[in-house]
Structures are given as C-alpha cells and as structure tokens.
Ligand binder design. Sequence first.
Ligand SMILES: C[S@@+](CC[C@H](N)C(=O)[O-])C[C@H]1O[C@@H](n2cnc3c(N)ncnc32)[C@H](O)[C@@H]1O
Ligand SMILES: [Zn+2]
Length: 184
Amino acid sequence: MATRRQKTRISTLPLAAKAQYHKRRSARHGLGVFAVRPIRAGTRIIEYTGELISHDEGERRYPTPPDGHEEAEHTYLLQLDDDRVIDANIGGNDARFINHSCAPNVEPMPAGDHMWIVSVRDIRVGEELAYDYAIELDEPHTPARKRRFPCACGARECRGSILKPKYQPYHRLVRAARKRWEMA
Ligand SMILES: C[S@@+](CC[C@H](N)C(=O)[O-])C[C@H]1O[C@@H](n2cnc3c(N)ncnc32)[C@H](O)[C@@H]1O
Ligand SMILES: [Zn+2]
C-alpha cells in the first residue's frame, strides 16, 4: 500500500548564514540579492519581514493606478495569506530586494505569522535569488497590461511579464517545494 510522505514544517528547515548572500545592483532591476556562498535546496535563506496589514490597508496605502496611468513607485508588499500582506516599507530587511524570475530558485513560504524565503533548488555562487512574483490582476491580462509589468529575468522560459496567466501552473520546482514542505 502506498504511504503518504510526511511533509516537513517550514520552521524546521535549516537557516542560511548571513554570509551566504548579499545585496547589490542587478541587471534585472535596481538592487537584487545574490548568493556569495553555495546554498542548498530547502534552506530558509531569509525571513521577509515587515508590518502585517490587511489587504484593504495595503490597497489604501498603495492604490493600484488605473489603466493608462504610470505604475506607482514599486512597493514592497507580499501576500502572507488570504487575510494579510506584509508591508516591507515598514520594518523590511534585505528580502524586499529579491527580484522576480519566471524560472525561480527560491519561493516565499508562509509559516504562521512569518514568511520565509526558501531555496527550491541548490543555488550556486553568483546566482541572483529570485522568486516568481506571479502577479494576477483581477482584470484580463491584455498585452498593454503585460507591458506595464515587463520582466527582464532573462530565463529561457521568460513570460516577458511579471504577470502570471491564471491558467498557467506554477514552476515545477515551486510545485514540488509546496508538496514537500508544510505551508502555514
Ligand atoms: C520589491 S522590488 C524588488 C527590488 C528592486 N530591484 C529594488 O531595487 O528595490 C519589486 C520591483 O522590482 C522590479 N523587478 C523585480 N524583478 C524584475 C524583473 N525580473 N524584471 C523587471 N523588473 C523587475 C519591478 O519594478 C518590481 O515592481
Ligand atoms: Zn521573466
């Protein structure tokens, strides 16, 4: 009989040392975070810290500009769960500088009131840490809207936009990580 594999709790995954990564200029955008020592798959690299607020409060603080208007200065909001987002403008650390990739090597994984950036594969020295922002707008992702969120990740499978089509599954490494490790 097949036995179901027990999931590992995020809070029990090994923690990276601060000396394993650092923040510097990125060809993708502004600042990014890079590995300066090898990082094994399944490592809690850094916590995404900030103020925990409701989605409504996030929208109040950083309203989405209507179509035809310039994108607001990028914000440092990350969804923790259905009710809460983390505002890294308040109390944020270097995790807020992690850029997006359509072929991610890390994934934000919630554990209670905390969000950890966890490696979904081994990461080599010099690689930029990046997760799939997977932004899904309520409105249809028209070509014009995709152009408002361009992606410069350079991956072979780059979508050209940080937006993720609703029908498109997450990257296989992210799906595997979510199966392996307990979320919440
Ligand atoms: C949370 S910030 C990431 C840190 C940012 N590089 C900085 O220096 O503050 C998110 C913003 O970075 C930009 N960004 C992140 N990943 C990107 C990518 N792959 N291509 C283009 N822009 C990206 C987008 O403007 C996005 O709104
Ligand atoms: Zn991309």
